[in-house]
Design a protein around this ligand. Structure first.
Ligand code: KIV
Length: 273
């Protein structure tokens, strides 16, 4: 079943910049495998992020820090086997872009082996040399400012960022530096809505917010969060569009009951002679 118009064109860097210029909003969702990838492909969502949040969501880590290049390539390849229309961006894992050579080598693997269309890096002016090198090598780059989860220890936890004026000025300067270095899009995570609004207005590239208010050019949420997998994860910015925890739990209970009472498999689900 397709929820998207069959005429929908693939999302590209050019079409995303056009959306910004036209004031059209952009939707992005994380995706880590082909099962969800097929559903996203059939939806109208513009962009997919193979986020290193897969460390928390799929692999059971308590941060994104342990996630490796091999983890990201494995999951990105699963997504890009089926996702063809949305733009597929992939997170570069912790410490895989500390210099330009590493950034190009590792981003190159994510594009060549994973099939991604672009990469996302956390950080501002400090990583602009890497952004410039990647863009010069023909790799589209998304920046990520505000709460940058790979720096969770340096930031002393998952907290709203840029609350003070000094940090707000730095964030705006970082965003401009990323744009000037060639980033075509910038994720803004967990910052005051008013700060995201000012930053968004000052850029010609789109901002994609998560916990950054409605003035961003687009929004991103973690797939499993918006579908309500985890009843214990309820940050203020998260809106749950489904309660899959309950739907899956109820289905498993029914299955268990029918197996144990001999109701399943019935003749309809059994082979005759
Ligand atoms: O890893 C991720 O899923 C992300 C988004 C939350 C922006 O970086």
């Amino acid at each position: 079943m397709s929820h998207a118009s069959s005429k929908q064109q693939p999302t590209t860097v050019a079409s995303l910049l056009k959306k910004k210029a036209a004031g059209e909003r952009i939707s992005m969702v994380t995706c880590y495998d082909s099962a969800f990838g097929r559903i996203v492909e059939a939806s109208p969502v513009d962009m997919v992020l193979v986020g290193d949040s897969l460390g928390n969501v799929l692999l059971g880590y308590d941060s994104t820090i342990p996630v490796t290049m091999d983890d990201m390539i494995h999951h990105t390849a699963a997504v890009t086997r089926v996702v063809k229309r949305p733009f597929v961006a992939v997170d570069m894992p912790f410490l895989t872009y500390t210099n330009c050579d590493d950034a190009i080598k590792n981003a190159g693997r994510l594009i060549q082996e994973g099939g991604a269309h672009g990469v996302k890096l956390e950080g501002g002016a400090a990583i602009c040399p890497q952004v410039r090198a990647l863009v010069a090598a023909g790799i589209p780059v998304i920046g990520h400012l505000g709460l940058t989860p790979q720096s969770v220890h340096a930031l002393s936890g998952y907290k709203v960022q840029a609350k003070e004026q000094e940090a707000q000025i730095k964030l705006a300067a970082d965003a401009r530096a990323l744009q000037d270095a060639g980033a075509f899009c910038i994720v803004l995570e967990m910052i005051p809505a008013s700060v995201a609004q000012v930053v968004t207005k000052g850029l010609s590239v789109p901002t994609i917010g998560i916990g950054a208010g409605v003035a961003c050019d687009g929004q991103v949420l973690v797939m499993h969060d918006l579908l309500g997998f985890d009843t214990t994860f309820n940050p203020k910015f998260l809106k749950k569009y489904a309660n899959l925890n309950k739907i899956i739990g109820d289905a498993l209970e029914a299955y268990d009951r029918e197996v144990k009472t001999g109701v399943f498999p019935d003749p309809e689900h059994s082979f005759g002679d």
